[in-house]
Design a protein around this ligand. Sequence first.
Ligand code: KE4
Length: 414
Amino acid sequence: MERARQSIPGGVNSPVRAFRSVGGNPLFIARGNGSRIFDEDGNSYIDYVGSWGPLILGHCHPSVVQALRGVLETGTSFGAPTEREIELAELIRDAVPSMEMVRLVNSGTEATMSALRVARGFTGRDLAVKFEGCYHGHVDSLLVKGGSGMATLGIADSAGVPRAFAETTISLPYNSADAVEQAFAAHGERIAAVIVEPVAGNMGCVPPAPGFLEALREITRRHGALLIFDEVMTGFRVAWGGAQQLYGIHPDLTALGKVIGGGLPIAAYGGRAEIMNHVAPLGPVYQAGTLSGNPLAVTAGLAMLRHLKVHPEIYGRMDSLAARLIAAAPRGVTVNRVGSMFTLFFTPGAVTDWATAKVCDTARFGRYFHWMLERGVYLAPSQFEAGFLSAAHTEEDIAQTVDAALGFFAAEGI
Ligand code: KE4
């Protein structure tokens, strides 16, 4: 860690990896296999981070490894169209019918940034609505927090974001359809899009309240704004067709990432053809990428998605294992779960938005995190993140995890 800090800010290439909110130094990981990761000291951990979602089949799944082996010596990148990019786009369209056209990019941030730009280009409007506690990558205009009132323009939540950028975003309480109505009443004709995590994962796992997504669909349609589902985390995770399949809502645009790359850098955005036809080279909205549709990443993504497609039973199995995992939670702890993504919140109250998530006892979460780590269980190093099961997790993994957690609850007297 000291050596890393000499060359890399905070010693990490992404802030959440630094263990800042739980204390201590991050582990340096040497390798992964199945449901486990191994640190440089040879310690083994049951992994509930899964690279923050991508590794739904676990580490080094044979189908992904074999597929990559098969293409390693055919070239790593050409900067030209390849057939397998079409195959991945077709597979995504098959799983997510609302994505009539798909553009591959390299990160979830690129996917949401591009979807927002297309929405602005298509509608000719500038404003966007997001929700507090939702994270859509480090897009300048989306790194904002809510203003004082429901309809006030956003305030930058990061240095380096110009006020003018922040003020193009209105940040509202998640699960509040009334707040969205108020924002549109005040700014409706200027709002290009509402972007939402259909199941929030970045304040911890927070499912949509009954009727919330339906309200977003109806309000945006009524005001001529677009509905963007940020399914970077939920895509192919909560169901084969993502949250939009689970809740039966058709957004205008969708952002995907994580799982579709099989652990390599791939993301995508897409939606109705009449909207996506505005993207260069067809239309006036510019978006590009040197490594977009990279042959190695596409190969890994195709292998993972094809495996998921022929093994739909994986979702049911992960669902029942996850249900067993969280059954151990005591009364003083609130658990939210959608399929194989879940969060234990150290608060007795329901967690339905950022206001109810942020009251969690984060110091207790820090103790929980380290207690579990010492017992070979690797959790997301923040109360405000989702945990993930994979197809590789076993009954023994669950039993070991539950045993360690029960020990913590007893030690803390909850
Ligand atoms: P990336 O640019 O990190 O690939 O994706 C950004 C993103 C967009 N949308 C959603 C719903 C996301 O969850 C993310 C990224 N998620 C975080 C963890 N919650 C990635 C971990 C990190 O930042 O290192």
